[in-house]
Design a protein around this ligand. Structure first.
Ligand code: PLP
Length: 400
């Protein structure tokens, strides 16, 4: 996006990040001047001649589509990647990364605390294909390094981890990966590029569930793999095409628009999360609160070093006195604006019971080992008035 004249970018001028969120990847439609990239709802693309096959860059919408391409260009720029590959869900992004980097006989060092679906994909599906996994505690880079074997091909981190919010020191783990010639993939869904850009910390591949902050309105499911190099990006697109796993033009259009406000939403949601965490710390019925913005957060030094913009995310978790029964009573009774459901990072504030919902597909012993008890309450702060959220939480807690 550069050039001369109205509507072009002045050459050599760097865009600020808020400007990038709005404009990255988008040029006015060449034919009509439409300010938004249209939804190119077409299966195939007419070629001028056999010799000029692919002259305009498109042949068939399973392989590439102009609306999806615009979103991929936007995400690649926002994450400082060499390219991005948009797939149907966040899980599809994870499966694309694992399929593209691991084959039978290979080994992967993976975090013992991640989104439940990631754990299940590794433990059940990829293990059945002859790939072995070591599930280890990524809070300590030395533990990650100690788990590396001669056949390790991938290190898979998630930070902050869903749902415990444990952090991975991305600089340290990327340095270990590089020293051993191994790829480092990071699921950065909870961070968003507003707070952390893993490629700036040496990661080779980044996973985003677009379902979360990029969409942010509970309206679509989608995923992206962002690659640090062109070669890796080509590999991801190769598997995207084989799997037939490309985000639809409709969903891409929604996410293109929603991404423009991701910075505004995320900062507002983080500010609310900070206030909710501080409130919970003072309530006598609350036993423990975890939020990277609290002084009591066990990895506070790393949170302050790794998280940019003075924010620490929109997610927190807590447990109440009275264990499972009380925790579930709270989740069942808390009133709007809170909603009891899965998903996170959206405009609506959400309360989730990971043991029953997002992490039910982990083995119970693995769940308990990382601290996901049956009464664990996960909170995703939305953009509603903080006072309304606090009032509803206080009422539910007071009535326990
Ligand atoms: N990664 C993380 C950290 C998640 O929280 C989720 C879903 O909650 C996923 C990946 C999977 O994303 P999706 O639901 O879009 O498949």
């Amino acid at each position: 996006m550069s050039g001369k004249g109205a509507g072009s970018w002045p050459e050599g001028v760097e865009m600020g990040y808020a400007t990038q969120l709005v404009h990255a990847g988008i040029d006015p439609d060449e034919k009509t001047g439409a300010i938004l990239t249209p939804i190119y709802q077409a299966t195939t693309y007419v070629q001028e001649s056999v010799d000029k096959y692919l002259a305009k860059g498109f042949s068939y919408s399973r392989t590439a589509n102009p609306t999806v391409k615009a979103l991929e260009a936007k995400i690649a720029q926002l994450e400082n990647g060499a390219g991005a590959c948009c797939v149907c869900t966040g899980m599809a992004a994870t499966v694309t990364v694992m399929t593209a980097t691991l084959k039978a006989g290979d080994h992967c060092v993976i975090t013992d605390c991640s989104y439940g679906g990631t754990n299940r994909a590794a433990r059940v599906m990829f293990s059945d294909l002859g790939i072995t996994f070591s599930f280890v505690d990524f809070r300590d880079p030395a533990i990650v390094e100690a788990a590396i074997r001669p056949n390790t091909k991938l290190i898979f981190s998630e930070t902050p981890a869903n749902p415990t919010l444990t952090l991975t020191d991305l600089d340290a783990v990327s340095a270990i990966a590089k020293a051993h010639g191994i790829l480092h993939a990071c699921d950065s869904t909870f961070s968003t590029p507003i707070m952390v850009k893993p490629i700036d910390h040496g990661c080779d591949l980044v996973i985003q569930s677009l379902t979360k902050y990029y969409d942010g309105h509970n309206q679509t499911v989608g995923g992206a793999v962002i690659s640090a190099t062109k070669e890796l990006d080509e590999r991801m697109h190769f598997y995207q095409n084989i799997h037939g796993n490309i985000l639809s033009p409709q969903c891409s259009f929604y996410v293109l628009q929603a991404t423009k406000t991701m910075g505004l939403r995320f900062k507002q949601q983080c500010a609310t999360a900070q206030k909710v965490a501080e409130f919970l710390e003072t309530h006598p019925k609350v036993q423990t609160v975890h939020y990277p913005g609290l002084a009591s957060f066990p990895q506070k030094e790393l949170a302050d070093r790794q998280h940019k913009g003075g924010v620490h995310g929109t997610m927190l978790w807590f447990e109440v006195a009275g264990g499972t029964e009380a925790g579930r009573k709270l989740m069942d009774s808390v009133q709007r604006p809170w909603s009891l459901c899965e998903n996170l990072g959206a405009t609506e504030s959400i309360i989730t019971c990971p043991a029953v919902m997002t992490h039910a597909n982990m083995l119970q012993e693995d769940r308990l080992k990382v601290g996901i008890t049956d009464g664990f309450v996960r909170v995703s702060c939305g953009i509603e008035d903080t006072d309304d959220l606090l009032r509803a939480l206080k009422t539910a807690l007071d009535n326990l």
